[in-house]
Design a protein around this ligand. Structure first.
Ligand SMILES: Cc1cc2nc3c(=O)[nH]c(=O)nc-3n(C[C@H](O)[C@H](O)[C@H](O)COP(=O)(O)OP(=O)(O)OC[C@H]3O[C@@H](n4cnc5c(N)ncnc54)[C@H](O)[C@@H]3O)c2cc1C
Length: 500
């Protein structure tokens, strides 16, 4: 006759132990699915059932009685279950979990977890985390010495976390990995003061402490993964060379023979490409947003009229000389004049016969930046407006305008080029300044945007660690087309090479 007391207690404790184990696996790990699949493996139970069928009834009963008496009703089994449970519980207190969740839609990301020591040994342990998925890392973190974990998501700053036992630390992508970075930029006066008399600088920012013993007034980044101070000789070596205007140029046809409705988008609908004496040129149409229709048509009208243009110029010169805001009310549209039908024009009508050329070409990328007294200055050895490409573009625009204009219409250059303040360029596609070059003598960065070490002899290909330039300033010359795709392609190339 089975002893019912120990039997019930043993069954109860075995049940509790199993449930607790299942809950721990479910809550702290990614293994529950595999564990549940194992439990559900019909094959194991079918095999047991098959073997049991082979046994005669008496044998089966004998075996059941043996399991019952030697296991389930064994007086001390409850003690063994409690000991196993206690050991597992202490073990669970020494094991923590880091969970990284990808909350937003997006491609898969890679996760690198490592203790600081393992990170130094560069032990890669990457997992693929799909959008909206999560990954859990079970970490041995004993009660007496909690383990610090370095969590690295590709493309985001590292984050160090302690994984306390019996805890699931949750991190969301990308918010949990963002952190503010501060750039400390001294004034020109401080830099001059420290020249030849370096001091000790201590900067504290959100737990990050930086001490620079020999501080001579350079800019500092605080809270970055790695210090990326740029040596002064590197900065001196760049001298912001090879700035290009991308040959940007603009002009108008005032009075087209057919209406062009320039206030309608999109901004560019067509283009013409030409090669003029070996120089590439692109000419696009450019829409005029409705909000600028009134000011554009008025400004062009003013500049088209000699008397008004001179009055306008005088007002602007006066305002410039006396640092006063110009009063331009006379030139801008007034309340409707009931005798003048043009007073009632809609914005679309105001620019319906004005065509705006947006042109790009090849200049010689000879602009140079300098930092006199810590202020950025851009200059050319010879005036940039004298480059042949602008004259060639203008000839092309005049030829196109001749075909497009009505008998009263005419070509008009951009107001700052011709008409109001002569031969000034508006550059909307600035390129270069930190150009790509084959060595440190030819450029500021290599083809992957890595900054050359200016301290090395001219012609060296050595680069500074962890310092990349990722924008239009690396493009080493005019593109003669809209540059965004090229800038983006180069940025992707740099990021691809910079990330592990
Ligand atoms: C009116 C206009 C129309 C254009 N149209 C076209 C077009 O149709 N097609 C085309 O291909 N290109 C066009 N361009 C050019 C294109 O926008 C630029 O070539 C391109 O955006 C340059 O990319 P970038 O990454 O070098 O710089 P940007 O796109 O200018 O990015 C620089 C970023 O740095 C930030 N920043 C600046 N200083 C700091 C600081 N101290 N700290 C932190 N952040 C800072 C800025 O806020 C900005 O977000 C146009 C430009 C203009 C002005």
């Amino acid at each position: 006759m089975p002893q019912s007391g120990p039997y019930k207690l043993n069954l109860f404790l075995i049940g509790v132990l199993g449930v607790a184990l299942c809950w721990w696996i479910y809550h702290f790990t990614d293994w529950f699915e595999a564990f549940a699949n194992l439990l559900a493996l019909g094959g194991i139970f079918s095999w047991l059932a098959f073997v049991a069928k082979v046994l005669p009834d008496e044998r089966l009963k004998e075996m059941q009685a043996w399991v019952d008496s030697s296991v389930l009703t064994r007086p001390k089994l409850w003690l063994a279950v409690l000991i196993v449970g206690a050991v597992l519980f202490v073990g669970a207190l020494c094991v923590g979990t880091i969970e990284v969740q990808a909350l937003r839609a997006g491609g898969p990301v890679r996760i690198h977890k490592a203790t600081a020591a393992a990170a130094e040994r560069d032990e890669p342990c990457w997992e693929l985390l799909s959008a909206n998925g999560h990954a859990r890392f079970v970490i041995w973190s004993p009660l007496w010495k909690r383990t610090e974990i370095l969590v690295k998501v590709s493309g985001l700053p590292d984050r160090t976390e302690t994984a306390p036992g019996f805890t699931r630390v949750e991190m969301q992508l990308p918010d949990s990995f963002r952190r503010p970075v501060l750039m400390l930029r001294p004034t020109a006066a401080l830099t001059q003061q420290l020249e030849g008399q370096p001091k000790v600088l201590v900067a504290r920012y959100r737990g990050d402490r930086r001490e620079v013993r020999d501080y001579h007034g350079q800019s500092l980044w605080i809270n970055c993964d790695t210090d990326v101070d740029t040596p002064p000789e590197t900065i001196a070596g760049w001298r912001g060379k090879k700035f290009s205007t991308n040959g940007d140029f603009g002009g108008f046809v005032l009075g087209t023979k057919a209406p062009v409705y320039s206030s309608r988008g999109p901004i560019n609908t067509c283009h013409v490409r030409a090669k003029l004496d070996g120089l590439h040129v692109t000419v696009e149409d450019c829409a005029i947003p409705a909000m600028f229709a009134a000011i554009t048509s008025t400004a062009l009208e003013v500049l088209n009229n000699f008397a008004q243009r001179e009055a306008f110029r005088a007002k602007m010169v006066f305002s410039w000389s006396f640092k006063a805001m110009p009063d331009l009310r006379d030139f801008f549209p007034h309340p409707p004049d009931t005798y003048d039908p043009t007073s009632y024009e809609t914005e679309a009508e105001m620019v319906s016969n004005i065509f705006f050329f947006n042109a790009m070409g090849q200049d010689d990328a000879s602009g140079e930046f300098s930092l006199p007294f810590d202020r950025l200055d851009l200059d050319w050895a010879n005036p940039i407006a004298n480059r042949p490409v602008f004259a060639k573009i203008e000839t092309l625009l005049k030829t196109l305008a001749e075909e497009m204009r009505s008998p009263e219409g005419r070509y008009m250059a951009f107001p700052l080029w011709d008409g109001f303040a002569n031969r000034k360029l508006i550059v909307v596609h600035p390129l270069g300044g930190c150009p790509i070059g084959a060595t440190n003598a030819d450029g500021a960065v290599d083809e992957f945007g890595r900054v050359y070490d200016g301290g090395k002899p001219a012609g060296s290909k050595d680069v500074l660690p962890h310092l990349h330039i990722v924008d239009a300033s690396v493009i080493p010359g005019a593109l003669a087309v809209n540059p965004t795709l090229t800038i983006s392609a180069q940025a992707l190339r740099t990021i691809g090479a910079a990330l592990p």
